[in-house]
Write a protein that binds this ligand. Structure first.
Ligand SMILES: Nc1ncnc2c1ncn2[C@@H]1O[C@H](COP(=O)(O)OP(=O)(O)OP(=O)(O)O)[C@@H](O)[C@H]1O
Ligand SMILES: [Mg+2]
Length: 340
């Protein structure tokens, strides 16, 4: 087994929005052809449900290793993963997985594992029995042994005599992953696999994902939590409002987010005096004086602002009552990335 090459340390712009639903024909294909080692090729894919555009003209190509699909609720992550798994067709565009069409090629489908986001209803069954069934359906020679190995890989006891229905959410999540892993898929799709896990379980799952990626499996993990993605240390696709908003390694994405414009609300004794002083150093885009005590500062260098604000206030004898970032939530980060 070889270790996959590190992801390219670059970011790129997302794709433009799709033509309106029902527009005749497809726009000329400006997307470069997929690299020859791509395991997943998504080319100009859109998916709509009635009037709702869930995925909008998205293109990317993935090789071996871990890729995180990061985006807020409703961004189109599950729809994207379901299309890659061949469960639902794109409305427009093409998807190639392991060299074939996941909708029509049974060999390809047999080499893909999917852990869906939905809570699964389990019968009164032991985990090993449940996972063995997946092994039988995959046509494995020794499905019981494969099930035991898959359960051990996700840190569950293959000899556990309890029914899965008594398991915690985190344990059930791991049963689902064991089921998806049993046939050692070349492509593993995990839809929010860390949700519902406690910190220890999350660490174990993150380690497993990293190991699979390092061993050459193409793993796509969806998440709406930046910190989860940070721990995976992976290649990242940022998806928001159905569009690919950014793509690159985690550090590049983090830098992009950190250097976006920030708006900070400052309350002091004399807003005008402090505003004038703040404008004299770099890193500030603008200052808006709201009233005698309140000013709004726009900066794309928060670190520099944090360093300078206290000394500036001291120097101008305008004591600070409040320094409050107004747009530090993930939603506004995504909004910024989409709007670039
Ligand atoms: N089967 C469906 N029928 C109608 N609309 C759908 C269907 N599936 C998804 N959508 C819509 O498509 C959009 C994208 O949904 P999707 O579930 O892919 O997002 P997501 O990124 O997985 O969100 P979440 O973080 O909540 O899981 C949403 O507006 C959703 O309501
Ligand atoms: Mg989802």
């Amino acid at each position: 087994m070889t270790t996959p090459p590190p992801p390219a340390p670059s970011t790129s712009l997302g794709s433009p929005p799709p033509p309106p639903t029902g527009a005749p024909g497809q726009a000329p294909n400006l997307v470069p052809p997929p690299p020859t080692n791509a395991l997943v090729s998504v080319q100009r894919v859109s998916k709509w449900f009635g009037d709702v555009v869930a995925v909008s003209d998205v293109s990317f190509h993935l090789g071996p290793g871990v890729t995180a699909l990061l985006g807020p609720n409703g961004a189109g992550k599950s729809t994207m993963l379901r299309m890659i798994a061949g469960l639902t067709p794109p409305s427009r565009g093409t998807i190639e997985v392991l060299g074939g069409n996941p909708r029509t090629n049974a060999d390809v489908r047999g080499r893909v594992g999917l852990v869906s986001q939905q809570e699964q209803l389990f019968a009164e069954q032991r985990a090993v029995e449940f996972v063995t069934l997946a092994g039988i359906l995959s046509g494995l020679d020794d499905p019981v042994d494969a099930a035991r190995q898959a359960l051990s890989a996700v840190d569950l006891d293959p000899d556990d005599t309890r029914s899965i229905s008594t398991y915690s959410k985190g344990m059930r999540q791991r049963v689902k992953v064991a089921q998806a892993l049993i046939h050692q898929p070349a492509l593993l799709l995990l839809d929010e696999p860390l949700t519902g896990l406690d910190p220890r379980q999350r660490l174990a799952m993150t380690t497993l994902i990293q190991q699979l990626g390092a061993a050459g499996t193409c793993v796509i993990v969806s998440s709406h939590v930046l910190e989860e993605v940070e721990r995976l240390g992976s290649n990242v696709l940022v998806i928001a409002q159905g569009r690919l908003a950014a793509q690159g390694d985690f550090h590049a994405i983090r830098a992009l987010m950190d250097h976006r414009p920030h708006r900070i609300r400052v309350r002091t004794t004399d807003a005008r005096v402090l505003a004038a002083a703040l404008l004299t150093y770099g890193g500030i885009h603008g200052v808006e004086v709201v009233d005698e005590q309140v000013l709004l500062v726009d900066t794309n260098d928060v670190a520099l602002f944090r360093k300078r604000i206290a000394p500036t206030a001291r120097y101008t004898q305008t004591p600070l009552f409040e320094v409050q970032p107004l747009d530090d939530d993930l939603e506004s980060v995504f909004k910024y990335l989409v709007g670039r």
